[in-house]
Design a protein around this ligand. Structure first.
Ligand code: ZN
Length: 261
């Protein structure tokens, strides 16, 4: 196990010569990702670093072209993560080269505590919260930033490579990535209902559940979709889709089982 623990130390080496702490942190976390992380989509290693200040993303896979954007923080992210401009983010979500997020947390002593991938098909407008415009006295008066509501991402959309300082096997990371790739086949509108249903199923916190359990979220979803009068029908349809895609199995007598990767 010692070698695994070694692999989660950020090293100052590549950041020597930078004086600002935030730049040092950026260089150290980027260098850690570049030397330890593989592409979860195809398994290729290492990822290629884009030149700095590239607006698209931070890393790209040289084999399958998947883009990754690194967000790192000392401590934990909590339920929301501060990001850049609101409109820029919304435009990006509507585009075709929206990157996957890599969320990295490290401790005060520069150890990677958690590192997870949020596949781009989980990053939907629903997660983006508009912040208040900057005050008239600010240098960029009127500018509107955004928060990413991490708490709204289903558990299956947070694929850990390092969790509580434990490094997970590459095979497991890739299986978890593949498990939800089917979401890329759906339009934004259809995906919204699927993600909501996945969230409900996962929030039940059980492997086996009934249709009635999922209907328990009816009121919450009716509030979210006030123009839809058929929430139960919608939920039932989504479960059928999730079953077809291998995310849940039907085990008979109205019971479903969450398929584990
Ligand atoms: Zn790849």
């Amino acid at each position: 196990m010692a070698s695994l623990k070694m692999a989660i130390n950020l090293t100052l080496g590549p950041a020597l010569g930078y004086t600002s702490r935030s730049q040092q942190a950026r260089v150290m976390t980027e260098s850690w990702v570049a030397s330890h992380f593989f592409c979860p989509n195809c398994g290729d290693f290492p990822l290629k670093k884009y030149p700095n200040n590239q607006p698209v993303a931070d890393f790209v896979c040289g084999k399958c072209n998947e883009d990754y954007e690194l967000k790192s923080k000392q401590g934990v992210f909590g339920s929301k993560m501060v990001d850049g401009g609101y409109q820029t983010m919304m435009d990006r979500l509507a585009g075709s080269r929206n990157p996957n997020f890599l969320l990295l947390n490290y401790t005060q002593s520069c150890q990677v505590s958690d590192f997870c991938i949020v596949p781009k098909h989980f990053i939907v407008p629903d997660l983006i919260e508009k912040r208040k415009p900057l005050a008239a006295t600010a240098r960029r008066a009127g500018w509107i930033g955004c928060n990413v509501l991490l708490s709204r991402i289903p558990e299956s959309g947070k694929i850990f490579f390092v969790r509580q300082s434990d490094v997970l096997q590459k095979r497991l990371v890739r299986q978890r990535w593949e498990r939800t790739l089917f979401l890329r086949d759906f339009s934004e509108e259809k995906k919204g209902w699927l993600l909501d249903t996945m969230n409900c199923v996962e929030r039940l916190g059980r492997n086996t559940f009934s249709l009635a359990d999922v209907y328990g979220f009816e009121a919450e979803l009716a509030e979210k979709y006030p123009r839809n009068n058929h929430v139960r029908d919608k939920l039932r349809q989504q479960l059928q889709v999730l079953r077809k895609k291998g995310y849940v199995d039907f085990v008979g007598r109205g019971q479903y089982r969450l398929r584990q990767p």
